[in-house]
Unconditional design. Structure first.
Length: 474
């Protein structure tokens, strides 16, 4: 039996407002526990919430960038549930009148483009955090995060693989970064996703029962949790078991998912309009003003890279997928016209080291990458040396020109010096000369390699090639 996977995501993003959604406390991540708090965000009886207007503005920006209709009339509701990190025993969210509806995003998986529907985007407050108590047996509550503003972006069940889900979250992350409405730091929980997943026999049109795996906060976790859940559901169905609608957790260290509780339905939350908060009424003018002032978004930047700089779509996709990389690229190409080479360095060595070290910022200036490319293009250093200089830049953040001078890495392009190396290598490798004359072209490559070694990577390889051929054909 062949199965089709059906995935819908609920993505939560913390908004980068300075203050919380209903009070003036700081939204800053971390801090001594319970120091960014007041009677409102700690849920004291009688304390009154006042909506932070920036939250509405940021949510509308996100909605517009994700092609949503913005509702001129929306409302905030209480979602009732008890949990120790939720002092009011309800979360202020939006139920039937969310701020944004009916949007969509285009994703690209291996060149295949696809639209993913967005059902709604609403605003709500985050909960606090429970920390393990090292000294006692209980848990400690930290309410610094309580009342930090969130948007929840709910997708249609339009995704059919973990790759599509990953591409979708990547797209959301890029858009929110470009809009500067969220810092999207997944490791700090600023961006996290709940995965709703079901399977059905290929060809079936009705959806199967879904499970919801909550709070995935890295792309790796999203991918692995989905793969795990697909396998689990298929195995269960093949064993004749029924899939239970439930809420699940993912343990990324152990690589396993497990059931947490039966999934509640909307009616379990006893939603009702929050009587302390007025309806949100927006003029068309207010919304239009935000629309007209939206910054450039990843898709338009991508088209610019393709059309104006001649980058392949593949490169443009990766670079514009992160605002940090795209800004870095823009800055570097101010100092050097070789956009493709800058892109190659970013996609190759730069991304490799960044992910290895889990860095969020490149430790050297974009201008320095441009300088490195200029030195390669002008023949001052070889590409092999450039790789080493690049690693050095990463460690020290220094100007590559200084690194090259200090370490004496300038490429040897002097005819006399090259000839000296070539003659020495030929003298030491008589067998290669015989091989070459017998028609074994590989021998040339070997000799060039020896010469590179001899010059510690500094000899100009084109010149070596040419000079070896001249000598061998004498
Ligand atoms: P809740 O808020 O209770 O989790 P929603 O109806 O808002 O429920 O749905 C949440 C998410 O679940 C949406 O992203 C939706 O696309 C997805 N979803 C709904 N039904 C299915 C299904 N059968 N299989 C996979 N995903 C689903
Ligand atoms: Mg849900
Ligand atoms: Zn507060």
């Amino acid at each position: 039996m062949e199965y089709e996977v059906v995935i819908g995501l609920e993505v939560h993003a913390e908004l980068a407002t300075k203050t919380k959604i209903f009070c003036g406390c700081s939204t800053q991540f971390g801090g001594e526990p319970n120091t960014h708090c007041c009677p409102v965000c700690t849920g004291m009886p009688g304390a009154l919430p006042v909506l932070n207007e920036k939250v509405v503005e940021y949510a509308i920006k996100a909605g517009l960038a994700m092609n949503c209709d913005i509702e001129q009339n929306s409302k905030q509701d209480r979602k009732n549930y008890f949990y120790p990190d939720l002092p009011k025993a309800y979360q202020i969210s939006q139920y039937d009148l969310p701020l944004c509806k009916n949007g969509h995003l285009e994703i690209d998986v291996d060149g295949q483009k696809k639209n993913i529907g967005i059902t709604r985007i609403h605003i709500e407050e985050d909960a606090g955090k429970l920390n393990h108590d090292e000294f006692g047996g209980g848990a400690l509550v930290d309410l610094n995060r309580a009342c930090v503003p969130l948007i929840e972006i709910v997708s249609e069940p339009d995704m059919r693989s973990s790759a599509e889900a990953k591409a979708y979250v990547e797209k959301i992350k890029a858009i929110l970064e470009y809009l500067e409405v969220s810092d999207c730091k997944m490791q700090e929980g600023s961006l996290r996703a709940d995965v709703n997943l079901s399977i059905r026999p290929k060809g079936e049109t009705k959806f199967g029962t879904r499970t919801e795996t909550k709070n995935l906060n890295s792309f790796k976790a999203i991918t692995r949790a989905i793969e795990f859940e697909i396998k689990r559901q298929i195995e269960a169905v093949e064993n004749g078991e029924e899939i239970i609608q439930e809420t699940r957790r993912w343990d990324d260290d152990r690589g396993i998912g497990y059931a947490m509780r039966g999934k509640e339905d909307a009616h379990d939350y006893r939603y009702f309009p929050d009587p302390d908060l007025a309806l949100i009424k927006l003029s068309a003018e207010y919304i239009n003003n935000i629309r007209e002032n939206l910054p450039e978004l990843p898709d338009s930047r991508k088209q610019k890279y393709i059309n104006e700089l001649g980058l392949p779509e593949y490169d443009a996709n990766i670079i514009t997928g992160s605002k940090m990389l795209a800004d870095f690229f823009d800055e570097a190409t101010k100092y050097c016209d070789n956009a493709k080479s800058i892109s190659n360095w970013i996609m190759g060595d730069l991304l490799r080291i960044l992910t290895e070290k889990e860095l969020e910022q490149v430790p050297f200036k974009p201008e320095y990458l441009a300088k490195l490319v200029v030195m390669i293009d002008s023949g001052k250093i070889s590409s092999a040396i450039a790789k080493k200089v690049f690693e050095d830049m990463f460690e020290t953040g220094e100007n590559p020109e200084d690194i090259v001078t200090k370490k004496g890495l300038v490429q040897i392009s002097d005819e006399g010096a090259i000839k000296e190396i070539v003659l020495k290598v030929l003298e030491n490798n008589p067998q290669s000369i015989i091989d070459f004359k017998a028609g074994k072209d590989k021998a040339l490559g070997f000799l060039v390699g020896q010469a590179m070694k001899e010059s510690r990577g500094k000899a100009n390889p084109q010149m070596l090639n040419k000079m070896f051929l001249e000598e061998l054909n004498k």
